[in-house]
Write a protein that binds this ligand. Sequence first.
Ligand code: AP5
Ligand code: MG
Length: 214
Amino acid sequence: MKIVMLGAPGAGKGTQAKMIASKYHIPHISTGDIFRANIKEGTELGNKAKGYMDQGLLVPDELVVDLVVDRLTWDDAKEGYVLDGFPRTIPQAEALTKALAEKNEVLDHAINIEIPDQNIIERMGGRRACVACGATYHIVNIPPQIEGKCDKCGAELILRDDDKPETVRKRLEVYHDQTQPLIDYYGNEGVLKEVDGTVDMADVFAAICNILDA
Ligand code: AP5
Ligand code: MG
């Protein structure tokens, strides 16, 4: 099963992609997580990506496309994958379509999580991420058992640099401008499915499972 998650920053793509990956035994491939891991390790890719990410801008397509196309050739991706945060521009979507076509493969579902900007601004300010394992929490909706500490590994929880309010506004602007057109792109390809992202995350997941199991 090959799935692309669509939706604004903070729509819940990562939250849902992790649950999909675990239930359907496919890898969760998040370009945001890949960049954050590279930044943490201080790689050349990480150093290049950081400047864009901290400003709420997209990393240039040429730094993203080859990385993802290569990742899709790994052994664990043979039976499918859930892509989170990629594609994010029309050229990235075209590159994915081409890479799939070269292997006689097609995308099964592009799942768009719909949510108004105002809900997103409220959500992002409350999100906390683990510095060590990347697990995410929300200070109101999904609080950790001990304030400021990750339930899974005990490391410190932080507000991501790009979750600061000014940067969130910029990310939403970039989303509407460059990523929202993918909804029509995948609509035209006949694989677009929409779910309401404003409800409880278990209900969002139930709606997604209905689509995947249909
Ligand atoms: P990336 O990491 O992909 O960030 P994003 O798309 O902005 O998405 P987020 O991770 O912020 O949100 P999400 O939809 O995953 O929501 P989450 O599940 O965490 O990318 C970061 C940056 O990297 C980009 O800005 C760009 O610079 C660069 N980049 C990455 N990919 C790129 C690409 N392909 N091309 C170019 N540049 C690229 O949920 C958010 C919060 O809400 C959490 O606190 C969560 O707990 C909570 N929550 C989730 N669901 C619910 C619910 N139903 N109800 C209540 N709370 C909920
Ligand atoms: Mg995410």
